[in-house]
Ligand binder design. Structure first.
Ligand code: SF4
Length: 269
């Protein structure tokens, strides 16, 4: 991976955050690998040219505006968007920086950069589909990046997405590879398997209450039968465990309709 990412002509990366919880960035920072790059720090310092990230960059204010302007002029960049795009109130619910003393709305920033980016990658369900940020009464009229910009996006779905999914997608793009996506813009390599089909508890007895290990959680509202991701085989936290393995039903966080209008899962009776 390091060799692939060492290409000096590889695009730079700009990461923006809109309406979200920063959980996707936290997930990315938890990236761990036995081979180089072994951590998010490795990737950020050694392997990619990250022009801007709101949490990780020291730059702010006019410095950011200058970096963004140069990137737009050069055009050789990948835009990563985390969080949905608030569109009510002229977009003024979210303003990532200002130019000449005038706030730039996230809506305007994403539209401008998406129009010039080589690829637009949505990290997480808020950017991909609206997610939690667009749920409920949605007073700031949050939209997905695709709806807000009209641009095709590669959607690394999840709330949050697994760090491996984020890094895999980035690596493919930095190598100039084409990513095949499904109907929802999700990379097929990552999201083609239904969790229910690869769940180790498929043949297990049904759990009737929470807190019982090693049982199928379908009767407790598990959304594995309608959710696509490699969580059962990849697992989380450096392969330690995953939601169902820890006794929590799948909440369907990689689905375009997540979180939906119903309870995440049934409560035990
Ligand atoms: Fe399917 Fe969920 Fe049961 Fe696993 S725990 S077999 S994903 S319903």
């Amino acid at each position: 991976m390091s060799e692939a990412l060492a290409n000096p002509s590889a695009p730079s990366v700009i990461w923006l955050q809109g309406s979200g919880c920063t959980g996707c960035t936290i997930s990315f920072l938890n990236y761990v690998s036995a081979t180089a790059p072994q951590s998010a720090a490795d990737i950020l310092i050694t392997n990619i040219n990250l022009l801007y990230h709101p949490n990780l960059s020291a730059a702010a204010g006019s410095t950011v505006a200058d970096v963004i302007a140069k990137a737009v002029a050069a055009g050789n960049f990948i835009l990563i968007v985390e969080g949905g795009v608030p569109t009510a109130f002229g977009g003024r619910a979210c303003a990532p920086w200002s130019e000449g003393g005038v706030e730039v709305t996230f809506l305007a920033a994403v539209q401008r950069l998406a129009a010039k980016a080589l690829k637009v990658v949505c990290v997480g369900n808020c950017a991909s589909f609206g997610g939690v940020s667009a749920s409920g009464s949605n007073p700031t009229a949050v939209q997905s990046v695709k709806v807000a910009t009209g641009k095709t996006t590669i959607n690394v779905a999840g709330c949050p997405p697994h760090p491996d999914w984020i890094v895999w997608t980035l690596v493919q793009l930095l190598q100039g590879k084409t990513i095949a996506v499904d109907t929802y813009g999700r990379p097929k390599t990552l999201y083609s398997k239904r969790i229910h089909d690869i769940c180790p508890f498929r043949e297990a007895d049904e759990a009737k209450t929470f807190g019982v290990a090693g049982r199928c959680l379908e009767e407790l509202g598990c959304r594995g039968p309608s959710t696509y991701a490699n969580c059962p085989t990849n697992k989380w936290n450096n392969g330690v465990n995953w939601c169902i393995g820890a006794g929590a039903p799948c909440i369907g966080c990689t689905s375009s309709t997540f979180p939906g209008t119903s309870a995440l899962f049934k409560t035990a009776s």
